[in-house]
Design a protein around this ligand. Structure first.
Ligand SMILES: Nc1nc2c(ncn2[C@@H]2O[C@H](COP(=O)(O)OP(=O)(O)OP(=O)(O)O)[C@@H](O)[C@H]2O)c(=O)[nH]1
Ligand SMILES: [Mg+2]
Length: 299
């Protein structure tokens, strides 16, 4: 079954891809060998991250259109931050890409973050690797930037685009170091708002390379809802993708992924509900000691 499935995935069969993703997600016996037999995927991965409601999905929607119009095949993974922060309920109308669900050259998969170690989905590395074998021209991974997840996405994506909005001044200040580390491209979306130009100017100053460093971050202005600035952004992403990735960065990317996979593997027998129940039974005991309790799980 797995051999045929892999062939079909490589052929670009979307039904087979969807099935393979589900099998991997549900850890159906045999999935590990299947993953170990994957050819090296070639499709570049674009990470799109940023605060809730910044317009990431609207932007992804516009990028899909730009690329599909050129005859390209695009895959999208949306990571839904349903837990542990319970943002999902606050975010409102989040699906903006529904028009594309029935388009031949577009494949969209939504994933919930539930149960993940950090901010992303527990199987996102595996799913992305699978998609990279499936004949797409572009793979886009949309995640809401909530703490950890920005760093995780930076390990997952070859190019990371950070989306902000003009009034994000304070936010940028506090997230600045982390964001600058991971972003190749900043997008100031909702540039139809007042003060957008001033904000872009400030941001450009902020990301200007410090003396002695070479990392260049470009800043783009978009109005995703009106599809303004999209062609320029798509071109900038492609330009990044054509740049030679230094082997040091490549090693860093794979280290991030390896670390994540190893951590997950080590944690695979640990269930939070089971932990909770075990603690609930012991907590009333005056001699309960957390470090003693944890010992049984770490040896
Ligand atoms: N004025 C304005 N509104 C925009 C723009 N782009 C998106 N929006 C609106 O902003 C809201 C949020 O857009 P989304 O694309 O769902 O934002 P998101 O970042 O994907 O949100 P989450 O995935 O929920 O974090 C929607 O109502 C959009 O119509 C823009 O350029 N200008
Ligand atoms: Mg979204």
């Amino acid at each position: 079954m797995w051999d045929q499935l892999l062939k079909d995935v490589i052929q670009g069969n979307q039904k087979s891809l969807a099935r393979a993703i589900s099998l991997v997600e549900n850890k159906v016996p045999g999935y590990e060998d299947f993953l170990q037999g994957l050819p090296a995927g070639t499709t570049p991965v674009i990470g799109i991250t940023g605060p809730p409601g910044a317009g990431k999905s609207t932007l992804v929607d516009a990028l899909i259109e730009a690329w599909v119009t050129e005859g390209k095949k695009v895959a999208v993974i949306c990571v839904d931050p349903s837990s542990p922060f319970n943002l999902g309920a606050l975010l409102g109308d989040r699906i903006r890409m529904s028009d594309w669900y029935n388009t031949k050259n577009v494949f969209i998969r939504s994933l919930a973050t539930r149960g993940s170690l950090g901010g992303l989905h527990p199987s996102i590395i595996e799913i992305t690797a699978l998609m990279q074998c499936a004949g797409f021209d572009q793979i886009i991974v949309e995640t809401v930037g909530v703490g950890q997840s920005e760093i995780e996405i930076a390990g997952l994506a070859d190019v990371t685009v950070v989306v902000v909005v003009p009034e994000a001044g304070d936010e940028i200040q506090t997230m600045k170091a982390g964001l600058m580390e991971i972003a190749q491209i900043f997008v100031v979306n909702k540039s139809d708002r007042p003060d957008a130009d001033q904000f872009v100017k400030n941001l450009r100053l902020m990301v200007a390379p410090a003396t002695g460093t070479t990392k260049e971050i470009s800043v783009f202005k978009t109005v995703a809802s009106a599809k303004q600035g999209i062609i320029e952004l798509a071109a900038a992403i492609e330009k990044e993708q054509h740049k030679h990735i230094p082997s040091e960065r490549k090693s860093w990317l794979f280290t991030q992924r390896a670390y994540q996979l190893i951590a997950q593997n080590k944690m695979k027998d640990i269930d939070k509900t089971v932990l909770f129940n075990a603690i609930a039974q012991n907590i009333a005991n005056p001699s309960f000691n957390l470090f003693n309790f944890v010992k049984q799980y770490t040896h």
